[in-house]
Design a protein around this ligand. Structure first.
Ligand SMILES: [Zn+2]
Length: 252
């Protein structure tokens, strides 16, 4: 029963994430009814049921019949599945699991906002930081531990900040710099750098793949945020095991 509830909750949160993903990068308010991307007609509640409305209408707008982005049901389903899987497999306490759900929902928002618009909205960064803060505070280390984590965040952020300055913001957006601070804050220095390293590695493989398939040209921009999110999630879920594996490979 709790899993059914989590799945439905995930669909609803995913639906809200779609609103955040499409509006925050354009500095629009997230309150107010959604409208069609094309004809701008305000949608009725019956048109806004997650996943169901999309498929019931054949993926098209009810009013202008233009094809709607497949991102909408996709983000909803991904969020729902992530909620259920995390709840089943995470070994943490229930309160910790709730923080993890919030953290992952925010990461899904960051992933798709950056993928679609090459922007990581500050609102999502702040939300992510708050959930990371809760997770660390729940461990009960007090102010000293918190200070250590803030320091880790600053250290992990530093090379990203230098890259941002050296490339004059073209190679590395400032959103990526801020995100790397939160990653270091939650994962610590070693875990944070390994997350970034995995992000660079996955990004390089996919970037070369896109170039070879001629889907992207050398000069075209590829959002880096989604790759950092992948690295972040990998280290977060595998914990110490992945860190030890990378340590063994590189012998440090
Ligand atoms: Zn329409």
């Amino acid at each position: 029963m709790v899993l059914v509830f989590l799945f439905v909750l995930g669909l609803a949160v995913g639906s809200f994430l779609n609103v955040c993903i499409d509006r925050l990068p354009k500095n629009k308010k997230i309150t107010g009814r959604s409208q069609c991307d094309f004809c701008k007609k305000k949608l009725k509640p019956i048109d806004l049921i997650p996943v169901f409305s999309f498929f019931q209408l054949g993926g098209k707008c009810k009013y202008c019949r233009k094809k709607l982005s497949f991102y909408y049901p996709f983000v909803e389903i991904v969020t729902a599945v992530v909620f259920v899987v995390l709840w089943v497999y995470l070994p943490q306490s229930e309160i910790q699991k709730v923080f993890y759900l919030g953290l992952f929902a925010t990461l899904i928002g960051i992933f798709f906002a950056d993928l679609k618009y090459q922007i990581i909205p500050d609102e999502l960064q702040i939300t992510l930081f708050i959930f990371a803060f809760f997770l660390i505070a729940d461990r009960g280390g007090g102010v000293k531990q918190l200070a250590e984590h803030l320091f880790s965040g600053a250290i992990v952020m530093l090379p990203m900040y230098l890259l941002h300055i050296l490339t004059k913001g073209k190679g590395m957006g400032f959103g990526d710099v801020k995100l790397s601070f939160i990653i270091g804050f939650l994962l610590g220095i070693t875990g944070g750098f390994i997350a970034l390293y995995l992000g660079f590695a996955v990004g390089a493989v996919i970037g070369v793949g896109l170039l070879m398939s001629k889907k992207r040209k050398w000069k075209s921009k590829i959002a880096f945020g989604p790759f950092i999110v992948i690295g972040f999630i990998s280290v977060l879920l595998s914990g110490q095991r992945l860190i030890e594996l990378v340590r063994e490979i590189y012998r440090f």
